[in-house]
Design a protein around this ligand. Structure first.
Ligand code: NAD
Length: 542
């Protein structure tokens, strides 16, 4: 075991490449995109280091070209999920005893594989599977995932070095044990980095994992598994199953050895899983850890002293990058009447300047939304806004799914601060704006706080420090990530630990030691050097 107190490499954020015309990275990623788009892959289940083809498959298609196939993935039966569980439990016997520096080395290697030889591949896969522009793919699939892998190693070392005091006569040691049993990672479509982080951070802490990715992210999930395999994650440590989420989840949660859920996705699904875990509580050998990061109705609040161009850019970038499909995307904004005419003009100008289409045309700022279900839902809300008297679409409002699931970035202005789209998460390129009287700033803070059930991200833009102070206090519980004079998106691992409260999640801050602490169960070891040999204390003396 340990023969040294090893220092881990100092973590740093992976520099974001520009992909500007003429750069080598642009040519490399476009070539990877073209090759991958024009060939077909077959994605197996990954159980015990084996690639399992079940024969039952589903086609994978890019959201921006849904009639085109890039291959298919295999669907698990119940028996495969059971095998993933039993294989994980078997792997635990050796993995949980693996020295921490060996585990660290595997995931540090994974980071460097993504930074180097896999960078173009994982970015191209994310452009194809999730319709990200190259910039959105680079900041997610490459940089954020690399950052998670590097920083998690540093956080693990920080956690392990956190030790209690000892005395001459006794030595107190804290051991950060992996959870008993196996853990379950359920990941969303929208971030390749989250898909990679949720299973890997639990494995890094010595746990074994069953991972169920989103059906809409399987192409890039496969690249993650290729990287993990090449980095040396041993068989059985991370097992991947695709298919019916209800069957897979029922099988996992009914196992007495289930010991932790690491979930990111929508609020409703998370609450259902929590309920199911509660219903099964008498069957488990240990109390399962439950970590969930879920939906948001993220706000931008401008004060009358804010800079109009800054407000416009926060709205335009915050609401529309990646088609508004970031959990942190701004989807409601509160603008004072005095700034509104100018903000309105600039927002309309900016939105009209967007180009929309396939991500391999790098002049496109907007691409498609993830799938038909999302497209239809967004179209329904847009149509309703066209009908409602208290809503007005000032730009956008069109949609077309003939080739890809394209929704025009849309700005709704409402006179009703409780209008449906001021509080419901739509998860698409739609923002709703409410214009308030300049002097009603304090009342508006109350509105921001009380309008939605979520509390994920939010931003205040102002130059008046009293207004910033008032907003920071009044909105203390309205967002887990609160931004001053910035857009509410774009958290960077190691700089802005991410997560929300209320209906948005358990706020266990991805990208921080706080999250990793959920995946260990500490054992205190007290060792006494001169052990008492008589029960009698001095006070019992004559
Ligand atoms: P989703 O809830 O539809 O799916 C998430 C995962 O849950 C997928 O793997 C899916 O297959 C699985 N799932 C779906 N139904 C299930 C069921 N009945 N039982 C078990 N598993 C089930 O979410 P999505 O569309 O992939 O992602 C978008 C959502 O994720 C948004 O609500 C967004 O706000 C949220 N999100 C939150 C964060 C955050 O950090 N707070 C980050 C990313 C995404």
């Amino acid at each position: 075991m340990g023969k040294g107190f090893f220092n881990v490499p100092i973590a740093y954020n992976e520099p974001v490449k520009t992909y500007a015309p003429g750069t080598p990275e642009r040519d490399t990623v476009l070539k990877a995109y073209k090759d991958m788009f024009n060939s077909k892959i077959d994605v197996p289940l990954y159980i015990n280091g084996k690639h399992i083809s079940t024969g039952k498959t589903k086609t994978m298609s890019p959201p921006h070209d849904h009639k085109h196939s890039v291959g298919s993935y295999h669907l698990a039966e119940k028996s495969h999920v059971e095998e993933a569980i039993s294989t994980a439990l078997e792997a635990r016997k050796t993995w949980s005893k693996m020295p921490w520096e060996q585990r660290a080395a595997i995931f540090l290697k994974a980071a460097e594989l993504i930074a180097g030889p896999y960078r173009a591949k994982i970015n191209a896969a994310t452009m194809i599977a999730q319709s990200k522009t190259i910039h959105q793919a680079e900041i997610d699939a490459a940089c954020e995932l690399i950052d998670f892998l590097r920083y998690n190693v540093q956080f693990m070392a920080d956690i392990y070095s956190e030790q209690p005091e000892s005395t001459n006569d006794n030595w107190n040691r804290l051991e950060y044990r992996p959870l008993e049993g196996f853990t379950y990672a359920v990941t969303p479509f929208n971030f390749t980095a989250i898909a990679g982080n949720l299973p890997s951070c639990m494995a890094l802490m010595g746990n074994v994992v069953v991972w169920k990715p989103s059906d809409s992210q399987i192409y890039s999930a496969k690249v993650i598994m290729d990287v993990f395999e090449e980095a040396g994650v041993p068989p059985g440590v991370i097992n991947v199953v695709f298919g019916d989420p209800v069957m897979i989840t029922n099988t996992v949660l009914s196992s007495p050895d289930f010991s932790g859920l690491h979930f990111t996705g929508s609020t409703f699904v998370f609450k259902e899983l929590w309920k199911q875990i509660g219903n099964n509580i008498h069957n488990y050998k240990t109390y399962p850890r439950i970590v969930g990061e879920t939906g948001g109705k993220d706000f931008i609040l401008a004060h009358k002293t804010a800079d109009v161009k800054q407000v416009t850019t926060a709205i335009v970038r915050g609401a529309f990058e990646f088609q508004g499909q970031k959990c942190s995307a701004a989807s409601r904004a509160y603008i004072p009447k005095s700034l509104w005419p100018e903000v309105k003009k600039l927002v309309i100008e900016d939105v009209k300047s967007f180009k929309m289409g396939s991500p391999d045309d790098m002049s496109n700022f907007i691409t498609a939304v993830i799938h038909e279900g999302s497209f239809d839902k967004l179209a329904k809300y847009i149509d309703q806004a066209k009908k409602d008297d208290d809503a007005d679409i000032i730009v956008g409002g069109n949609y077309d799914k003939s080739k890809g699931y394209f929704i025009e970035p849309t700005v709704i202005v409402t006179t009703n601060p409780n209008y449906e789209t001021m509080h419901t998460e739509l998860f698409g390129p739609v923002i709703t704006i409410y214009v308030y009287e300049d002097e009603a700033f304090s009342d508006t803070l109350k509105l921001v706080d009380e309008t939605s059930e979520y509390a994920l991200t939010g931003a205040i833009l102002a130059t008046d420090r009293y207004a910033i102070t008032e907003a920071t206090t009044a909105l203390q519980n309205s967002a887990g990530n609160f931004y001053i004079n910035d857009k509410p998106t774009g958290a960077v691992v190691g700089q802005q630990p991410f997560g929300g409260a209320r209906a948005s999640g358990t706020n266990d801050k991805a990208g921080s030691a706080q999250n990793l602490l959920r995946w260990v169960s500490t054992r205190l070891i007290k060792e006494t050097f001169v052990t008492p040999t008589d029960y009698r204390y001095p006070f019992l003396g004559e």
